[in-house]
Design a binder for this molecule. Structure first.
Ligand SMILES: *[C@@H]1O[C@H](CO)[C@@H](O)[C@H](O)[C@H]1NC(C)=O
Ligand SMILES: *[C@@H]1O[C@H](CO)[C@@H](O)[C@H](O)[C@H]1NC(C)=O
Ligand SMILES: *[C@@H]1O[C@H](CO)[C@@H](O)[C@H](O)[C@H]1NC(C)=O
Ligand SMILES: *[C@@H]1O[C@H](CO)[C@@H](O)[C@H](O)[C@H]1NC(C)=O
Ligand SMILES: *[C@@H]1O[C@H](CO)[C@@H](O)[C@H](O)[C@H]1NC(C)=O
Ligand SMILES: *[C@@H]1O[C@H](CO)[C@@H](O)[C@H](O)[C@H]1NC(C)=O
Length: 484
């Protein structure tokens, strides 16, 4: 078990707080021993390339903020609006289980137990998982569009998907007519409570086991042993991949009941065919097609004054920290690079400064974080900035169906190893002609609808977004299975 020092961390003004857009590491200066233990524990995993851990912290600012403590429950399910004609749902329909609230809504109501040392989740679960409205963005985003922007937490996709699938155009309330069954269990929120601090494997598995017992008891489960069921995992797959009694995370994915269930997850493990990678939630949740079109226009015509940018924190405590080097490089190249240092500003769930920076840069540097993927890559693309990747695993084997196969069409790849022998990021990027940059940006802008989670609604303004793409991938796969 890793010892925890978050508590002393945010109580002491002398804390060392290393923040990065998506994952935060907070250490009190008296906690250096803690780092040492962490490194010793993680070393074997680093060598296996499984290096991953997150210590989420909260800044004093958010502790002191007078944010509402109570979660808003998702809207109650409404009748699927589309007419019952097969041609309107050629891929089939989705049935959403009505789970006992202990598996979802109760977790939202008990938001302060999700991360006991912070109010992070009580803000995050507001507005159906979109978080608080981002009125501070007025000026960076056109005023009319401001209501489409929220301070969305990166780990909210379980709540967001639940709301989306309840309003899905091809949802059915009759299980016998369903092609696919959605299990709206907030696995990441449930497990997240026990990832940090001195918790046993039993605690991390208990909710998952309870859920599987419940679902395996359902008539429609028994028909298929779960192979037409799907679920969302709002944390990276690694948090659910524990084998045996020891190690990181929950053993959810390896439990017998999960053997056939398709899972939508923000970072999939490439060797698991049942995992489908879905975009991290960003702060943009368009209400209509008009919102999307107007935003795309805004992004296309925005004046970009920097060649590239870097938004992130460092892991200064680690020697040879890659993000630290990029930040230093970016600051040194201030003529062409714009930096947002997350150790200085708050990057937790976005900020005006971050969005402004992406909007003003042709390219954005996207190194790996604590894990390979980063929510920041999606923030960058939503702002029409072209991502520069250093590890292929950051995107290319992760988001099939959302990002094009032809990855040079929307991104630039610079192998992190090549930087060691003096490859200059600036020179690589300067080699692209303005026409090439325009083309790549155009591709990125075209991708925006597919990587955002629109505000759930029904009827003629129904927008196809990332959740629709994901559900269609599931339905297509089931159709193919049925045909085989
Ligand atoms: C719609 O599809 C279902 C199952 O695929 C089939 O049983 C039914 O006859 C179809 N209805 C119409 C009107 O085509
Ligand atoms: C929520 O809190 C109530 C009251 O403390 C507790 O009885 C319940 O078990 C909690 N539910 C969950 C899912 O944590
Ligand atoms: C962690 O929990 C176990 C079992 O409850 C206990 O024996 C152990 O002393 C705890 N360790 C720490 C560091 O609190
Ligand atoms: C489901 O699994 C059980 C036990 O493994 C097996 O006996 C049964 O035939 C399976 N049912 C289907 C429909 O595959
Ligand atoms: C940035 O400049 C400083 C001072 O000249 C230098 O020490 C550092 O190595 C440079 N950083 C990078 C990543 O080149
Ligand atoms: C640096 O290394 C990369 C790959 O490791 C290679 O493609 C490139 O040519 C090298 N550049 C220089 C300047 O040596």
């Amino acid at each position: 078990m890793l010892p925890s020092c978050e508590h002393s961390c945010h109580q002491c003004p002398k804390r060392i707080c290393l923040e990065e857009t998506n994952k935060n590491l907070c250490l009190h200066s008296s906690c250096r021993w803690f780092l040492l233990v962490l490194i010793l524990v993680l070393l074997p995993q680093i060598f296996l390339d499984f290096k991953y851990f997150v210590i989420s912290n909260v800044s004093l600012a958010s502790l002191l903020s007078d944010s509402p403590q109570h979660a808003i429950t998702p809207e109650t399910p409404t009748q699927g609006s589309s007419p019952d004609k097969n041609e309107t749902c050629p891929l089939g329909r989705v049935y959403v289980y009505d789970l006992p609230p202990v598996f979802n809504n109760e977790l939202l109501h008990n938001c302060s137990s999700l991360e006991p040392w912070s109010t992070r989740y009580c803000d995050a679960v507001l507005n159906g998982g979109f978080g608080q409205r981002a009125i501070e963005l007025i000026g960076v985003v056109p005023e009319r569009q401001a209501p489409a922007w929220y301070w969305t937490d990166q780990f909210m996709s379980e709540v967001i998907f639940h709301n989306k699938v309840q309003n899905y155009a091809c949802r059915t309330l009759e299980p016998e007519s369903a092609t696919a069954f959605y299990i709206p269990f907030y696995a990441g929120l449930a497990v997240g409570r026990y990832l940090f601090g001195n918790h046993s494997s039993e605690e991390r598995d208990r909710d998952c086991e309870m859920l599987l017992r419940w679902v395996q008891d359902q008539q429609y489960w028994k028909r298929s042993n779960g192979s037409d069921h799907f679920i969302t995992l709002g944390r990276i797959a690694w948090d659910f991949h524990r084998y045996g009694p020891f190690g990181w995370g929950s053993g959810f994915i390896n439990m017998a009941g999960m053997r056939n269930i398709i899972r939508l997850v923000i970072e999939r493990s490439p060797w698991d065919p049942l995992e489908i990678g879905v975009p991290y939630p960003t702060g943009f949740h368009p209400r209509s097609n008009a919102d999307i079109l107007e935003w795309q226009r805004h992004v296309r015509t925005h004046r970009r004054t920097s060649l590239f940018c870097f938004v992130g924190g460092t892991r200064g405590a680690f020697k040879d920290d890659f993000r630290g080097r990029l930040l230093s490089y970016c600051k040194n190249e201030s003529d062409s690079c714009r930096a947002v240092d997350c150790a200085k500003s708050r990057c937790h769930h976005g900020s005006s400064d971050i969005l402004e920076t992406f909007l003003a840069s042709d390219f954005c540097l996207q190194p790996r974080g604590d894990s390979y993927t980063r929510r920041s890559m999606f923030d960058c693309m939503v702002a029409g900035s072209i991502p520069v990747l250093f590890w292929e695993q950051t995107a290319y084997d992760k988001y099939q169906g959302f990002l094009p196969e032809e990855h040079t069409s929307y991104s630039v790849f610079i192998d992190y190893k090549s930087l060691k022998n003096g490859t200059s990021i600036r020179k690589v990027l300067e080699r692209f002609s303005s026409e090439e940059v325009r083309k790549m940006r155009e591709k990125v802008v075209d991708l925006i609808p597919k990587i955002v989670y629109a505000k759930p609604q029904q009827g003629s303004e129904y927008i196809k977004d990332a959740s629709d793409v994901a559900i269609e991938i599931v339905l297509r796969r089931l159709k193919k299975q049925g045909a085989d």
